[in-house]
Ligand binder design. Structure first.
Ligand code: SAH
Length: 465
């Protein structure tokens, strides 16, 4: 950052501008928004400048600027659109110890004037260090559209009310009050009855917040599903809408986090399979700490929180802290993955049970009832099964499983980059390596994708109907 943005107090201070043409006008239009005392030096000023002088909005000196003219000025603008004149203004400013801006000369300027979105007292300044004025204009246009014109009025009225709001305890409650005012109650009142209504709305809102009992913290353990935001439950959406703090794992996709309430604090507690991670104890402590502070905490877990999610440890920590909690189920990876290959988890005549296995547990590769699994027709959904593929293959074959048993791996189920890898028990470990599976992947032992269905033509569909 070559230029550091600051907001300079100009009330009662002098600002000097040399110039009387187009460049001078552009700067003066901005400067007239301030409370500075403006001095313009120009032998031939544009007529608008003359009328501004008549209106008392600036002091016009119909001559060139000379050294010692305005002492103690805060800023100088060299706006003569003439290199020699501009250099002269610049030298005078420098002798005064004031900062100078030379219009259209970034190199020799000590400060630049940003593009401004004005919702006084809310001001947005946009600068590109001269790199892309077009971009600055586009951003300005975008913000002009997005920020309601009433924002400045709301902020002004709100500022005068700050003292009154001190009756509310600091922190959450005050923040909620202001969020409610700026995003909801304030704009509504403005639309309905203008400034008077806005002032009334502040009093009504304050009464409401004073009467409301302090909200207690609460922890919702919410399933985020396999990644597609459309596979969130309505309850999960609601929890995201109400959350103050969202503590999520690495399986939760950015598209889902996008749906969080915009004031919510997002914390990534991502745990990597075998890699470095925040310890479970740290995660428990984090959930409890936020819950005790009175926050509505959403502990957001990929898939279903009750499947390989270490949910119980977190619930125990929350209960030990006497916090209330509830669980919102989600679609687990096995359900999402089996749908992706057009199969059922159970099927009459094939498998009347299905196992959810983990490839590894806290001790390393996990042991299971290999003997039963090795029987024909068994189906297992293997979570976290990439690294343990060779181990699982070895155990199953050792217990007599058919080497040609179908195995299907679904990577990134329901996401844009979903992939399906068809394999067999015999070739699984090599196929996994060859395919370069790097995203979360679910391995189905005993299931192949349903053979591609022949699409019916329209006429056939009509005949069937
Ligand atoms: N609670 C999660 C599982 C957590 S264990 C659930 O119910 O789905 C993490 C494992 O889940 C991953 O290693 C992978 O095997 C599986 N998984 C999670 N999301 C997945 C996805 N979108 N596609 C494929 N497998 C996924």
């Amino acid at each position: 950052m070559k230029h550091f943005p600051i907001f300079i107090a100009l009330e009662g201070r002098s600002v000097v501008l040399s110039g009387g043409g187009e460049a001078a006008l552009a700067k003066l239009r901005l400067l007239l928004k301030t409370e500075a005392s403006l001095h313009v030096f120009s032998p031939e000023p544009a007529s608008v400048i003359v009328s501004w002088a008549h209106e008392g909005r600036l002091v016009l000196h119909r001559r060139a600027l000379i050294a010692g003219d305005i002492q103690g000025a805060a800023l100088f603008y060299a706006a003569d659109e003439d290199d020699v004149e501009d250099a002269r203004t610049s030298a005078i400013a420098e002798a005064e110890g004031a900062l100078v801006n030379i219009v259209d000369n970034l190199q020799d300027s000590q400060f630049i004037t940003p593009a401004i979105v004005d919702r006084d007292p809310v001001t947005v300044a946009i600068g590109t260090e001269g790199a892309a004025p077009v971009l600055a204009r586009a951003i300005k246009a975008d913000l002009e559209e997005r920020l309601p014109t009433s924002l400045g009025t709301l902020a002004r009225i709100g500022k005068a009310f700050r003292k009154a709001v001190e009756v509310l305890p600091m922190g959450r409650k005050r923040r909620d009050f202001w969020a409610d005012y700026y995003y909801s109650a304030g704009p509504r009142a403005m639309d309905q009855g203008g400034e008077v209504a806005v002032k009334d709305s502040l009093n009504t809102l304050l009464d409401k917040y004073q009467a409301a009992a302090e909200r207690e913290g609460h922890v919702a353990f919410v399933g985020a599903g396999p990644g597609d935001p459309e596979l969130l439950t309505l309850k999960a959406r609601k929890a995201l809408d109400e959350a103050d703090v969202i503590i999520h794992d690495r399986l939760v996709t950015p598209e889902i986090l996008e749906l969080a309430r915009r004031e919510a604090v997002l914390i990534n507690a991502g745990k990597e399979g075998f890699g470095p991670s925040m310890s479970q104890d740290d995660i428990n402590a984090l959930i409890v700490e936020h819950g005790l502070s009175g926050a509505q905490v959403v502990r957001l877990k990929g898939g279903d929180p009750t499947v390989f999610g270490r949910l119980d440890e977190e619930i125990e920590a929350v209960m030990a802290a006497d916090l209330s909690w509830h669980v919102v189920p989600g679609i687990t990876a096995a359900s999402a993955s089996v749908a992706a290959i057009g199969q059922s988890l159970t099927q009459r005549g094939r498998n009347s049970s299905v196992r959810f296995l983990t490839g590894h547990d806290m001790k390393g590769f996990a042991d299971h009832d290999w003997k039963t699994l090795a029987r024909t027709g068994e189906v297992a959904a293997i979570y976290m099964g990439k690294k343990s593929a060779r181990f699982i293959q070895g155990r199953l074959i050792m217990h007599g499983a058919d080497r040609t048993t179908p195995v299907t791996v679904i990577e990134n189920a329901t996401r844009a980059d979903q992939r399906v890898l068809e394999s067999t028990l015999e070739t699984l470990p090599n196929d996994l390596v060859a395919a370069g599976i790097s995203g979360p992947a679910l391995t189905f032992y005993g299931l192949a994708p349903r053979a591609a269905q022949v699409a019916l033509t329209n006429t056939q569909e009509q005949e069937l109907a």
